[in-house]
Design a protein around this ligand. Structure first.
Ligand SMILES: [Fe+2]
Ligand SMILES: [Fe+2]
Length: 538
């Protein structure tokens, strides 16, 4: 084959050059998929880019060794990769490649006329086939570099590449645009409880639903693990808010069926918008992210506009300034207020214990276990505060149960049970008007709901039961079984464990039982009561 026949290929380099010289082509032309190596006028090989290797999922071409040591390279690509020093002559590299069997190293693309029996015609055919394959692979790599393989929407790079020209156009023409930053709430819990396979399904469903709801002119991308971004061209912030809220409400009603589980999630959304002609994409992405963070901090499953966040912070600073209170003092005051709230709640819990002596120490123990279990499941510190308060107050509704029922030594009649089953409702009525306890109400209201729908007061089923209540139910029953009651002595930890397993999927969320029992293994069953006693002095 003459060199002129090779001129249709991207780059040709003499085989007596060093590998490092071939490498220069790669550095200079990032889009170049490979370098054709030729000896005088004879094709003798191909050096491919690393991303072709990745796209194929198997070795392809001669991998170049630049900045990595041979060991690092082998660690990175298990198997038997061909290692070439940058100072090596290409022809030596080719010989080295030919000395190995194709299964051992790369695709048999390193060929030399006369040495391996290929005729010129065969080689020409092979070359054309390879070029077509390379073009196909290159297109595939290009697609992979901008698309997220899980959701098939733009990845971060694809999003930025698509949006950048639109932002420049908007700046020139003074057209407005808005950005939505979206994050799935408490996604870590989904992965922990249902596994990553289901987690991936949830990400796909959310991406699909968001993509379904945006306009054809909008550009959407997966920005990170469970984070999405949507660029809304020529969209004022009020319209962006309406779009965001529609998306948020639709996701709230979306149920993902995967691997035998039904999963519902919520999302938080931060919005930023172009407020000046010189707004940059970077600054608006940062603002949208800040607004998203604020949405998370104010309870999740909501949309916050960056402007509103700034106004809110400014208002707080002005109030602090007018009252002569510094920001630090203001923070201290909030900490003090939180402490007073908690002391009040603990007082209520103790008041109930005084009345219902059977449960002495029960509220402290179940609070400890519920918080530890929720922590194990990935709840953040803000959630743990709510769970702690809800657990302490879980039976607060019993203060409305008459003494002759609450303190009755024998079994309750059906009518008495009907009254007793009202205690979650009384708790709801008592706590719901108290603003700072509204995020803690799920446990007092729902801790007697059963996974199979057979509980009370509302007969909620499966994931209709709030997660914090499902967690609490497990530890509440565990503690009831493992402590002495007037009607029966305490069960051994092994008996209680067996009960939880037997009732898993009937009374209890099976995933939570599994996590709880694993957590107990770490504390060890015999240590648990001691730990709790030490912590709470009960
Ligand atoms: Fe209860
Ligand atoms: Fe309880």
């Amino acid at each position: 084959m003459r060199l002129k026949d090779l001129s249709t290929y991207d780059r040709v380099i003499n085989s007596r050059a060093m590998i490092s010289e071939a490498a220069e082509f790669f550095k200079q032309i990032p889009s170049l998929p490979g370098v054709i190596v030729a000896e005088e006028n004879v094709f003798c090989g191909m050096i491919s880019r690393k991303h072709l290797f990745e796209a194929l999922g198997r070795p392809f071409g001669i991998e170049l060794l630049f900045k990595r040591t041979a060991k690092e390279f082998c660690d990175l690509y298990p198997g038997k990769p061909l290692i070439l020093e940058a100072s090596m002559l290409i022809e030596d590299a080719v010989k080295d490649a030919l000395a190995r069997s194709p299964e051992e190293i790369y695709e048999p693309i390193v060929v030399h006329s006369g040495q391996n029996g290929y005729t010129l015609l065969d080689m020409q055919t092979l070359l054309h086939a390879q070029r077509n394959e390379l073009i196909r692979l290159y297109n595939e790599v290009q697609k992979l570099s901008v698309k997220d393989p899980l959701t098939d929407i733009n990845n971060r790079r694809g999003f930025l590449e698509a949006v950048n020209p639109l932002v420049q156009f908007a700046s020139k023409t003074k057209k407005c645009y808005s950005i939505l930053m979206i994050d799935i709430d408490q996604f870590k819990l989904v992965n922990d409880i249902y596994g990553h396979l289901v987690g991936d399904h949830v990400i796909r469903s959310v991406a699909r639903e968001c993509a379904r709801m945006v306009r054809t002119s909008d550009i959407m991308g997966r920005y990170g693990g469970e984070e999405f971004v949507i660029f809304l061209p020529e969209t004022m912030v009020d319209e962006a808010f309406k779009i965001a809220e529609r998306i948020r409400q639709n996701i709230q009603n979306l149920v993902t069926y995967a691997n035998g589980s039904q999963v519902s999630v919520t999302i938080s959304i931060g919005i930023s918008y172009m407020d000046r002609a010189d707004s940059t994409l970077d600054s608006l992405l940062v603002r949208a992210d800040q607004a998203l963070y604020a949405a998370k901090n104010s309870g999740r499953n909501r949309t916050i506009i960056w402007d509103a966040l700034v106004a809110c912070n400014m208002r707080r600073d002005i109030v602090a300034g007018q009252t002569g209170i510094s920001a630090e003092d203001n923070d201290c005051r909030q900490v003090d207020e939180a402490r007073i709230y908690d002391e009040t709640i603990e007082g209520w819990a103790r008041a109930l214990e005084l009345r219902d002596r059977e449960t002495k120490g029960h509220a402290d123990r179940v609070t400890y276990l519920a918080v530890e279990l929720a922590r194990e499941m990935g709840f953040d510190d803000l959630d743990l505060v709510d769970i702690r308060r809800g657990a302490l107050l879980h039976d607060i509704g019993k203060i409305a149960i008459p003494d002759h029922i609450l303190l009755k030594p024998g079994a309750l009649t059906e009518e008495e049970w009907a009254v007793m089953r009202q205690h979650p409702v009384y708790a709801f009525e008592l706590l719901s008007p108290i603003t700072f306890l509204q995020r803690s109400i799920d446990i007092p209201y729902c801790h007697h709901e059963h996974w199979n729908g057979g509980g009370y007061p509302r007969g909620l089923k499966g994931q209709e039961i709030p997660l914090s209540a499902r967690i609490f139910t497990v530890v509440d029953v565990w503690d009831a079984l493992t402590t002495d009651r007037c009607y029966r002595p305490a069960w051994s930890p092994e008996q209680a464990k067996q009960y939880l397993i037997e009732e898993s999927g009937r009374l209890f969320d099976p995933n939570i039982v599994e996590i709880f029992l694993n957590m107990l293994k770490e504390i060890t069953l015999s240590q648990a009561p001691i730990l709790i006693q030490e912590l709470f002095g009960s």
